[in-house]
Design a binder for this molecule. Structure first.
Ligand SMILES: Nc1nc2c(ncn2[C@@H]2O[C@H](COP(=O)(O)OP(=O)(O)OP(=O)(O)O)[C@@H](O)[C@H]2O)c(=O)[nH]1
Ligand SMILES: C[S@@+](CC[C@H](N)C(=O)[O-])C[C@H]1O[C@@H](n2cnc3c(N)ncnc32)[C@H](O)[C@@H]1O
Ligand code: SF4
Ligand code: SF4
Length: 323
């Protein structure tokens, strides 16, 4: 279905938990206040919502978190999402810690692609950013995903004075392996407000100066907002998610579901439509859900206002929204 600005909305991001086994400094350094499991949508409820969304034209689903792989049964959910008529792709964004052990089940479930967040290749910087010593597990997750034949991308958020000196090594990850390395500009949501974004436009120039001419890559790499370039002799591509310096809202194609059943039309604003109450209080779930999802799509704002911090109304942390 189209929103009121003519954008086709075909991509639903589902946060299946707001718990996480890392404590990234720009996302949730203290961990979330745990809510009772009853507050969180059950897998059955998520599937009902996905079914209603598919009937309105959603064809692509991203499973995210918190950390999606800390919730038991995640691979089975992927399998059941893929069985919904109209759903063409189910992909996942993960911190990679539990990926290696979950890969067989995810493959079996038919996962279409996996994005792994990795901001640094240095154990001491990993510890500083995430509060954890589990860098090797993340790397093993990426390697297992690639060698298992899954389309794999790496998500990196650069921070000045922390990991911005590592961009060359991170770019090189895609030299020999067919993975896309994507640089995401920090967004002023939650703790992200404390850290200014490193400009992807400047980074592109630095990459070109170091690795030679970049060529735009128009092949389809996923369903998200990244722009891709190719470097001569590289197996994978480099992607840029320039939320601040390369605003992409005019081509937005998505809505987001939080783990507590709130449907968010836009990352930047706090407005939501409550789907959980429809599931728990109404009889004809599918009809109620369809109406509510259509309402959220219709009310989708034209663009974010990250350049004017006082206009941002989202008060949740990124861990609750799912990125
Ligand atoms: N501003 C903005 N940022 C987004 C949006 N969608 C994704 N992002 C950012 O891009 C990051 C990476 O998203 P991913 O979960 O890896 O997935 P994706 O890039 O949307 O999708 P694929 O390319 O299909 O894998 C997110 O964590 C956000 O930081 C969006 O709608 N608006
Ligand atoms: C919120 S996490 C959820 C999935 C999973 N735990 C992970 O880390 O991939 C999804 C993505 O959001 C990114 N992210 C978190 N806070 C951000 C912020 N303020 N600005 C930009 N990206 C952010 C993370 O780097 C990660 O790639
Ligand atoms: S970015 Fe992902 S891994 Fe890091 S704290 Fe947030 S949800 Fe957890
Ligand atoms: S900030 Fe809002 S409108 Fe812009 S791309 Fe993200 S969700 Fe879409």
């Amino acid at each position: 279905m189209k929103d009121s600005f003519g954008r086709e909305i075909n991509y639903l991001r589902i946060s299946i938990t707001d718990r996480c086994n890392l404590r990234c400094r720009y996302c949730m350094p203290e961990g979330i206040q745990q809510v009772h499991m009853h507050e969180i949508l059950s897998y059955e409820e998520i599937l009902e919502i996905a079914k209603a969304a598919a009937s309105l034209g959603i064809t692509k689903i991203k499973v995210t978190g918190g950390e999606p792989l800390v919730r038991l049964g995640c691979a089975d959910l992927v399998k059941r999402l893929k069985e919904i008529p109209g759903i063409e792709q189910v992909t996942m964004t993960t911190n990679g810690i539990l990926l290696k052990q979950n890969l067989p089940a995810l493959k079996e479930a038919g996962i279409d692609a996996i994005n792994v967040s990795l901001d640094t290749l240095k154990p001491e910087v990993f510890r500083m950013i995430t509060g954890s010593d589990r860098l090797q597990e993340v790397k093993a997750g990426i390697e297992t995903s690639v060698s298992g034949g899954i389309r794999t991308k790496v998500n990196t958020v650069l921070q000045t004075g922390v990991n911005d000196g590592e961009w060359k090594d991170l770019v090189r990850l895609s030299k020999d392996l067919p993975i896309d390395v994507r640089f995401i500009e920090m967004m002023p949501i939650g703790y992200g407000k404390k850290y200014p974004p490193v400009s992807n436009e400047d980074l592109k120039k630095q990459i070109e100066a170091e690795f030679g001419p970049i060529e735009e890559d128009h092949r389809v790499h996923g369903n998200g907002p990244a722009e891709y370039v190719r470097l001569s002799g590289f197996a994978g591509s480099i992607g840029f998610i320039g939320a601040i310096h390369g605003k992409f809202c005019s081509s937005c194609n998505r809505i987001r579901l939080t783990s507590m059943g709130k449907l968010k039309p836009c990352l930047c604003y706090g407005d939501t439509v409550d789907l959980r109450s429809i599931l728990r209080d109404q009889n004809d779930h599918q009809e109620g859900l369809k109406q509510a999802i259509a309402e959220a799509i219709t009310e989708k704002p034209q663009a974010h206002c990250f350049e004017q911090l006082n206009r941002i109304t989202e008060e949740q942390e990124m861990i609750e929204i799912g990125g």
